[in-house]
Design a protein around this ligand. Structure first.
Ligand code: GDP
Ligand code: MN
Length: 309
């Protein structure tokens, strides 16, 4: 019941995953973090958890990206936290800067309204830039050009369970496009559902994602993103990359290509995915949140199970 796939193929075989082994069984994949210099300690914490539970067995390379150059301290401390290859790079300005068609006055007026509605981070321009970048630009970063799969890792998250198979190879062998641990229903109030025009608001929580970039690099996705980008909602609203990714998966991808990693114990405040398994330590089995009780209503996994049968 851990949900772990039984195939021995995905397990550690001999020395095949040694960091410097050119014949390693690793597939074309990287761990990926967009992160700020100030988040060094939180990043180290996420990294230690993921290295301890999984990556020390597989040594997948890490890619760290930032809108400004990483400090020497950041690079030194991060390199010391893994045996695997690490690359640091800066996001090209053309991918990060507010696009020319965004009207600054309109941005300020609209975000002032959003702030009144207590939309989190709505008045922080870098948050809008980050959501836009994660929606439609990260996979064009030159450092990722030769990669197909990535695992997104944010600072300050936790991983709880020993995972003994190569999850990237699992994605590839089973022809999966997208893997998630948590999905959320942002708003259960009827007036919001109406504003969403029938969209349930269920979305895969994208601070964790293991995915195939061929999907984002495909023509339908690119055109969809371009359309959203031109519409301006990354700035005039606070469109997030989670619903943007999720709606695209709903529109353009087969549900069989989406995988719930029930066996990867995970926390990003305030939510958990905590399996019932002796392999997991440090989280409470089945707990969805350690925040206020009403947050339990945001769990959208039951919807997903119903949908996929
Ligand atoms: P939250 O999870 O929605 O509360 O947002 P976070 O603050 O965790 O941001 C999401 C991700 O984007 C994290 O990996 C952050 O480190 C990263 N991030 C957010 N804003 C910036 C930014 O301005 N610059 C950089 N380099 N990373 C950012
Ligand atoms: Mn976060």
């Amino acid at each position: 019941p851990t949900g772990e796939p039984p195939e021995p193929l995905h397990r550690v075989v001999g020395n095949n995953y040694a960091p410097d082994n050119p014949q390693s069984n690793r597939i074309n994949a990287t761990l990926l973090s967009l992160v700020r210099n100030e988040e060094l300690n939180d990043m180290l914490q996420s990294m230690r958890d993921l290295e301890r539970t999984w990556n020390h067995k597989f040594n997948y390379p890490w890619t760290f990206l930032n809108d400004v150059p990483f400090t020497e301290e950041f690079k030194t401390k991060i390199r010391a936290a893994t045996k695997a290859d690490v690359r640091f790079d800066v996001v090209p300005r053309a991918h990060w800067d507010v696009p020319s068609w965004i009207n600054n006055d309109l941005y300020r007026e609209s975000t002032a309204l959003l702030k009144e509605q207590e939309v989190q981070y709505s008045d922080k321009i870098s948050y809008h830039q980050m959501c836009r970048w994660n929606s439609g630009l990260f996979y064009h970063h030159p450092a990722l050009a030769n990669y197909r799969y990535y695992w997104r890792v944010e600072p300050k998250v936790h991983f709880f369970c020993a995972v003994d198979y190569d999850v990237f190879r699992y994605m590839q062998d089973h022809n999966k496009t997208y893997g998630f641990t948590i999905n959320l229903d942002a708003t259960r109030r009827p007036e919001h559902n109406m504003k969403a025009n029938g969209y349930s608001t269920c979305h895969f929580w994208s601070n964790f994602e293991i995915a195939d970039m061929e999907f984002w690099r495909s023509r339908p996705y690119e055109e969809y993103f371009k359309h959203l980008d031109r519409a301006g909602g990354f700035f005039y609203e606070r469109w997030g990359d989670a619903p943007v990714h999720s709606i695209a998966l709903g529109l353009f991808e087969d549900k069989d290509k989406i995988h719930w990693f029930r066996d990867i114990g995970y926390q990003h405040i305030p939510f958990f995915n905590c399996p019932n398994s002796p392999k997991c330590k440090g989280c409470v089995t089945g707990r969805f949140t350690d925040g206020e009780a009403w947050l339990n209503k945001e769990d959208c996994r039951p919807n997903w199970f119903k949908f996929v049968g």
